[in-house]
Design a protein around this ligand. Structure first.
Ligand code: CO8
Length: 265
């Protein structure tokens, strides 16, 4: 499946189970306008539809990337600045959709990742960046704070000092500094970036999909709940996974000293 939406492209590789949503406004450094926000959701919905006729789980992982050479996403579209669009850009919309999406979503960051673009990446399960990428929260320069939870989420990942430094100074940091602070998962050399991301994503897509989904749910719960509630939740998920064919397949593959073939059942 290869689809063009107005402001995004969608592709699905049925061999690997990997979907790709490409934010496609390169002339505006993939800045988030209403259309792009809607198309990120529409693209993910199209990919999720791949599961409908599948025997098991067809969609195993999604890469979210930016078109063009320069940016993952340069934040909210400041060209269309209005109180209304500023409000809409901070609404939960595509951010929560990504957070609640059943398959893991990987932000492939190659270039600028700013403001609402960084918040979009923070909504993803993984952030992989090329070495020359640049991250930051320029909102303070507009007299604003990151409106979609940027300070909250960076505080959880890197602590309040780093979150305040980024959001109060508006200064941009390198991908390496962001990785050192725990904001992104991995930094790769620019000329090996595509191959490294492919390897990471293909590996992830080969894992037991129901377990991966449950782990995403569990991590989401850990951010929002107390430990007792989180432990009870994990225990329920664990018992459910014990009943899956994937668990039986994983155990059989271990016994037989072979690679498991998970189907998401
Ligand atoms: N919105 C709209 N267009 C943009 C944006 C943006 N956020 N960023 C870049 N562009 C456009 C430029 O206007 C330019 O267009 P054109 O070629 O027609 O002049 C094109 O993309 C290329 O950009 P530059 O020529 O500026 O490229 P440079 O390499 O010189 O600079 C930068 C790259 C440093 C990333 C620079 O473009 C920049 O500073 N961009 C703005 C970053 C920014 O402030 N983003 C907003 C963050 S705030 C946020 O996300 C949430 C706030 C919500 C309130 C905003 C209201 C909607």
């Amino acid at each position: 499946m290869d689809d063009d939406l107005d402001a995004a492209r969608v592709a699905f590789d049925s061999e690997t189970g990997v979907g790709t949503v490409t934010m496609n406004r390169p002339d505006a450094l993939n800045a988030l306008n209403d259309q792009l926000r809607a198309d990120i959701i529409a693209g993910l919905q199209r990919l999720e539809a791949e599961n409908e006729d599948a025997d098991g789980v067809a969609l195993r992982a999604v890469v979210l990337e930016g078109a063009g050479e320069k940016a993952f996403c340069a934040g909210a579209d400041v060209g269309g600045f209005s109180e209304e669009s500023a409000g809409a850009s901070s609404e939960r919309g595509h951010y929560e959709f990504i957070r609640n999406f059943p398959a893991p979503v990987i932000a492939k960051i190659d270039g600028y990742c700013l403001g609402g673009g960084l918040e979009t990446a923070l909504a993803c399960d993984f952030r992989l960046a090329s070495e020359s990428s640049t991250l930051g929260f320029p909102e303070v320069n507009l007299g604003l704070l990151p409106g979609a939870g940027g300070v909250q989420y960076v505080t959880k990942l890197a602590g309040p000092a780093v979150a305040k430094e980024l959001a109060m100074t508006g200064e941009y940091i390198s991908a390496q500094r962001a990785a050192d602070e725990g904001i992104i998962n991995h930094v790769y050399d620019d000329d090996e970036f595509d191959e490294e991301v492919d390897a990471f994503v293909t590996d992830l897509a080969g894992q037991a999909p129901l377990a991966v989904q449950a782990i995403k749910d569990s991590a989401h719960m850990a951010v929002q709940s107390g430990l007792e509630e989180g432990l009870r939740y994990d225990n329920r998920l664990f018992r459910e996974l014990l009943e899956t064919e994937d668990h039986a397949e994983g155990a059989a593959a271990f016994d037989e000293d072979r690679e498991p073939e998970f189907e998401g059942k």
